[in-house]
Design a protein around this ligand. Structure first.
Ligand code: FAD
Length: 467
């Protein structure tokens, strides 16, 4: 099965087709370079052309042509994923969704939009229409698309209240186009959503999305400081358990993260300061301040709803959390990399302290409060001072030994970046919807090598070789 790139390009020439090598290279990349392992493995990868559909009919036409000519198709939202999700391992077509950015309908509690809509623009539309906002967003809110968030993301701002993106009720409906001789349009709800959400576009292209909304608030951003890390983490967890106080962000940073990596915060803290960043609904501020008053170990450093003596304000608090923490650290110290860890209920504090005792300061804790089946848990986006791959593997192994699940951000496949298990629903849907295996090749191990044992890093056999 040889790809006929020239024939596909000729057939698609009437669409918005980009053949400029510089922009093709730029659109073949995402934030894979966060990981030293992915940087080595993927840096050379490049697509053959970029095509930007304006509507679903054009998506169907592109998929029909690429299917006929055996051309791989890798979909791109805004390319902010950091697992190399949007990188075309075998070249081919980059399907850039940026022009499909319409907000189609807004109703009480829900919005219908096209996948290329930027999260921030979607939020602006629902706020202006009826004072509503997305329940959840990636911290790349200002640049990422809603389609990329659903196909490549996992949760973020709002997850301390609403849980993960794939939890029941957090996506209402997805419309999907298949990669077949005659592409089909399918509508998924309920159990079927799991087929394509967080599937990296390996088994269908999302062309319409229906998402739940919550009332929009002018959230109050806060920083609270602590002398010890366990006190900071416990404060964040206890606050999230307060049923009457509405929060949207609760991030915890071990010292000296705030001092060393948060440049606008640095003048206000010491290297010993442990920091909690919060976004609290304005009507919950009274409850929050009462809660704070009961916690002598906590000191309020900053609140956005009052005058303060900061020469340069910190900017939006959510851009300190989730993967923005790693980005800020990387700007100061390029040797930093990170891990994604799940510290589950009920013994998350014990596990976090075990890791801290064994590895701090080689690794520094950055925690995000999440909700899982009604319980508060922590997602760790732990910062690691990278030395060697062997040492990183050793640190990962130790987390696994104590039962702290790792979602390995140094791998480009769905399985290795997830729970290291095959998602049968995604695989079965790929068998049905992408029989030639042309969608984002190399990202689903169970499609390529069902016997893979996860002993080492999977390397897609058909990845482009470096020039
Ligand atoms: P892309 O990176 O372009 O694509 C992501 C994946 O989705 C790719 O596999 C792509 O092929 C696929 N895809 C895109 N559109 C479609 C479509 N229409 N149909 C099918 N497949 C499609 N992630 C979080 O979950 N939470 C966070 O808080 C978070 N914070 C981040 C902070 C930083 C600084 C960075 C660099 C990354 C962060 N991420 C986070 C990862 C990433 O930004 C998000 O997942 C983001 O929402 C991806 O959106 P995107 O438009 O950039 O998607």
């Amino acid at each position: 099965m040889t790809a006929d790139i020239a024939a596909a390009k000729a057939a698609l020439a009437y669409l918005d087709l980009d053949e400029n090598p510089i922009s093709i290279r730029a659109k073949s990349r995402d934030f894979f370079w966060y990981s030293p392992a992915l940087k080595d493995a993927l840096d050379h990868v490049v697509g053959d052309f970029v095509v930007t559909p304006r509507n679903e009919a054009e998506v169907i036409e592109i998929l029909r042509v690429c299917y006929a000519h055996n051309v791989p198709v890798t979909t791109r939202g805004a390319g902010t994923g950091n697992y190399g999700q949007a990188m075309p391992l075998s070249g081919g077509c980059i399907l850039h969704m940026k022009a499909m950015d319409n907000v189609k309908e807004i109703h009480p509690g829900r919005v219908i939009a096209e996948p290329g809509c930027i999260l921030k623009d979607l939020d602006a539309a629902t706020k202006a229409h009826s004072g509503q906002e997305l329940r959840m967003m990636s911290s790349t809110y200002a640049t990422a698309t809603i389609g990329g968030f659903i196909a490549g993301g996992s949760g973020g701002i709002g997850s301390c209240k609403w849980g993960a993106l794939r939890d029941l009720g957090n996506i209402i409906r997805l419309r999907v186009v298949t990669m077949e001789e005659e592409p089909r349009i399918l509508e998924f709800t309920g159990e079927e959503l799991a087929r394509v959400s967080h599937a990296y576009g390996t088994n269908g292209i999302i062309t319409e999305i229906e998402m739940p909304l919550a009332p929009a608030y002018d959230w109050t951003d806060l920083f609270v400081t602590f002398d010890t890390f366990p006190a900071a983490a416990q404060f964040a967890a206890d606050l999230a358990e307060q049923d009457g106080i509405l929060i949207k962000v609760a991030s915890v940073f071990e010292a000296p993260v705030a001092h060393d990596y948060f440049l606008r915060v640095k003048p206000h803290v010491t290297p010993e300061t442990h920091l909690v960043a919060l976004a609290v609904a304005p009507h919950s501020m009274d409850g929050f301040l009462t809660f704070l008053g009961r916690r002598p170990e906590a000191s309020l450093l900053y609140r956005s709803d009052q005058e303060n003596d900061w020469k340069r304000g910190p900017g939006p608090i959510f851009e300190y959390g989730w993967n923005h923490t790693t980005l800020r650290a990387l700007k100061v110290d390029p040797s930093i990399t990170y891990l994604q860890v799940r510290y589950g209920f009920p013994d998350y504090m014990e596990k976090i302290e075990t890791i801290r005792k064994e590895f701090s300061p080689e690794i520094l804790q950055h925690l995000e409060v999440m909700r899982e089946s009604g319980k508060v848990i922590f997602a760790g986006l732990t910062m690691v001072k990278f030395t060697t791959q062997e040492r990183l593997d050793e640190i990962i192994r130790r987390h696994e030994e104590i039962g702290a699940l790792i979602f390995n951000p140094h791998r480009y496949t769905l399985e290795e970046g997830g729970r290291q298990t095959v998602d049968d629903r995604q695989l079965r849907f790929k068998q049905e919807a992408d029989p030639k295996g042309l969608l984002n090749p190399g990202k689903m191990i169970s499609w390529d090598d069902p016997d893979w044992t996860f002993d080492g890093m999977y390397s897609y056999p058909k990845i482009q070789s470096p020039a």
